[in-house]
Write a protein that binds this ligand. Structure first.
Ligand SMILES: *Cc1c(COP(=O)(O)O)cnc(C)c1O
Length: 374
């Protein structure tokens, strides 16, 4: 079956007790034991471990990424932390320099507390990745396109480097979604998603997910981390993400075509130093993106001529866009990224991050052009 069909029909069995076609939300925290307590009577015991609504979502997430198993979490960062918490003590991790700022924080502030170590490298430079490996390296963490510079890294090459070293490759596929990029098919072992973004799709639900290429590789460890450290998502959030997955293919195609048109319209604008969008031929990762993505996604960043003040002023002049953080919802957003990331930010002060929504592309282009005119 094709992906569009899988996204609509996975985890979609008609409810056997009522015939309901739309999935029920089961809020029960507890499930009946077998009389002799030998096994769960109905697959579930306690909500922090598993529940029926979450199981439906995990079936759909598994199908979406073409994996063997999936785990839903309370947030994207909960899912990311679980990967790092599941490593043996003493493990070394290679992170990209341009990476979601929360993942950078977990890597640099928390992994050392858990007895591990981290090296951050420019992951577009494969020699730098090889040079960062140590005998304790267990994991390479990649994010492509990256947040917020839209860097592209070569997943086939990174998977080979990781596997030659006996390490695993984890890919944050939040920006691309499985519609545009298939990390497990390119060699990754685990895919991470902030389902808060394109999967939920409407800026109204927090969640995260891990999808594993092979169940044997780390499912039990990750399941244990999620349930014992308490990063489980709620059934209502699982239900909203499942609902979002149903329309994701259509939405993401439009996000990507709108973003390409906006990027082209702004590419030579005199008020901008650069437009970072992997779909533009001058983007340094364009050739790799063309190989490993089917379109270039709905995110772009603008570096505004001048500095912080000029960038903040542009974001304050938009009328259709909203000046707000996050991404992947139906509405277009723009934000001064360094302000959102706070004092530890490494993002250039003149950078605006833009999430292109599903409004008519002519309105989006016109709004950004008037905001840049000042
Ligand atoms: C938002 C985001 C995260 C973190 O996810 P939350 O759901 O906010 O915890 C991780 N990676 C990327 C690329 C993101 O955009």
């Amino acid at each position: 079956m094709k992906l569009e069909t899988l996204l609509i029909h996975s985890g979609a069995d008609v409810d056997p007790s009522t015939g309901a076609v739309a999935p029920p939300i089961h809020l029960s925290t507890i499930f009946e034991h077998a009389p002799d307590n030998s096994e769960p009577l109905h697959d579930h015991l306690y909500i922090r471990e598993s529940n029926p609504t979450q199981s439906r979502l995990e079936e759909a997430l598994t199908a979406a990424e073409g994996g063997a198993a999936a785990l839903f979490f309370a947030s994207g960062l909960g899912a990311s932390a679980a990967v790092l918490q599941s490593l043996p003590s003493g493990s070394h991790v290679v992170l990209p320099r341009d990476v979601y700022h929360g993942v950078r924080k977990i890597g640099h502030e928390f992994v050392p507390r858990w007895g591990g170590s981290v090296t951050a490298v420019d992951m577009t430079d494969l020699d730098a990745v090889r040079a960062a490996l140590t005998p304790d390296t267990r994991l390479i963490w990649a994010e492509t396109p990256s947040n917020p510079l839209l860097r592209i890294v070569d997943l086939v090459a990174l998977a080979e480097i990781a596997h030659d070293h006996g390490a695993r490759l984890v890919v944050d596929n939040t920006f691309a979604t499985p519609i545009l990029q298939r990390p497990l098919e390119l060699g990754a072992d685990i895919v991470m998603h902030s389902t808060t973004k394109y999967m939920g799709g409407h800026s109204d639900v927090l969640g995260g997910a891990l999808v594993l290429k092979e169940r044997a590789s780390s499912y039990d460890e990750l399941f244990e981390v999620r349930s014992v450290l308490g990063a489980a998502g709620s059934p209502f959030n699982a239900w909203l993400v499942l609902r979002g997955l149903r329309s994701m293919a259509c939405r993401v195609e439009r996000h990507a075509s709108n973003a390409l048109a906006v990027a082209k319209a702004l590419a030579d604008h005199p008020a901008l130093e650069a437009v970072y969008y992997p779909g533009l031929p001058e983007h340094p990762g364009h050739d790799i993106a063309r190989r490993q993505m089917s379109a270039y996604g709905g995110m772009l960043s603008l570096s505004v001529r001048g500095g912080r003040e000029q960038a903040v002023a542009v974001a304050s002049r938009v009328r259709i866009f909203t000046n707000a953080t996050s991404l992947g919802g139906v509405e277009s957003l723009i934000e001064h990224r360094a302000s959102s990331e706070g004092p530890t930010s490494t993002t250039p002060q003149n950078l605006l991050r833009v999430s292109i929504g599903l409004e008519h592309v002519d309105d989006l282009k016109a709004d950004l052009l008037q905001a840049l005119e000042g």
